[in-house]
Design a protein around this ligand. Structure first.
Ligand code: HEC
Ligand code: HEC
Length: 213
């Protein structure tokens, strides 16, 4: 199913002439605009509604309202808006690697990117099921190594992602990529933080995080 969608997405992308793509602006300008919209309730409401419409295509993989049905596709629901916007920028700039995400994001204008980020941030994430023993072990490791940035409830903040309620396979893949410096996701802080983790620790942390509300 996902393979089919990926093929379809690629077709859509290839049918977009290069000159139709909007110029990508730096992260500062659009992040400032995001803050301004978030501070204005009427503008926020309008942006969330526009984001709901603009995200119809994303729902094929990320699910209705940003709760993904596919294990390797992250939930976007409840994620921090400025983190989402920054990751969208990174895909667009090729700083974060995913063949399909990189291409797809290029066809979105800055304003649409912001609206989609706000829409998903406002949606509620549906926590996943976990192995209780693994989750218990994961809690200890997470508390020791990760809460100082991601927070006790794993909600993150403006620049740090929410992890609570995220999918187990996506978490495992992602944490391992930072640790092993595969070049898919480059972040020095995360490379250092994950360096001491064994694969069992990664599995335990993922089980702990997925069931968090
Ligand atoms: C063909 C399936 C597919 C579609 C359609 C799709 N995505 Fe994704 N998206 C993915 C996958 C897979 C990943 C995880 C990439 C990785 O492994 O890092 C991802 C990751 C992301 C992330 C990073 C989330 C995080 O927690 O870091 C954001 C943001 C995102 N997508 C936004 C979008 C938006 C906005 C759209 C619609 C314009 C969209 N995606 C459409 C498959 C898809
Ligand atoms: C010093 C601060 C810091 C510490 C400590 C830290 N993180 Fe992070 N983490 C970040 C930042 C910043 C990002 C976003 C990096 C990026 O843009 O790729 C991130 C991203 C992540 C992501 C990607 C989420 C997504 O939606 O794609 C995961 C998973 C994660 N961290 C797990 C952990 C775990 C597990 C630990 C403890 C072993 C940890 N982090 C410790 C700062 C930190």
């Amino acid at each position: 199913m996902q393979t089919l969608w990926r093929a379809f997405c690629l077709l859509v992308l290839l049918s977009q002439p290069a000159w139709a793509q909007p110029p990508a602006t730096g992260s500062g300008q659009i992040q400032d605009r995001l803050k301004a919209v978030m501070a204005d309730p009427a503008a926020l409401k309008a942006a969330v509604e526009a984001g709901r419409k603009a995200s119809f295509f994303c729902a094929n993989c990320h699910g209705e309202g940003g709760n993904s049905k596919a294990p390797e596709v992250p939930n976007l629901a409840g994620q921090n808006a400025s983190y989402l916007l920054e990751q969208i920028r990174k895909f667009g700039a090729g700083e974060r690697k995913d063949q399909f995400m990189e291409g797809m994001i290029k066809v979105l204008k800055d304003e649409e990117r912001m609206q989609i980020a706000l829409y998903y941030a406002e949606s509620k994430v549906a926590p996943g099921r976990a192995d209780p023993n693994l989750a218990l072990r994961g809690r200890d490791t997470f508390t020791r190594l990760c809460t100082r940035c991601h927070g006790e409830k794993a909600y993150g903040n403006e620049t740090i992602p929410r992890l609570a309620g995220q999918k187990i396979p996506y978490l495992q893949t992602t944490i391992t990529r930072y640790r092993d410096k595969t070049g898919v996701r480059n972040n020095e802080l995360m490379a250092i933080a994950t360096a001491p983790l064994k694969n069992e620790d990664v599995a335990a942390i993922a089980n702990y995080l997925t069931q968090m509300p």
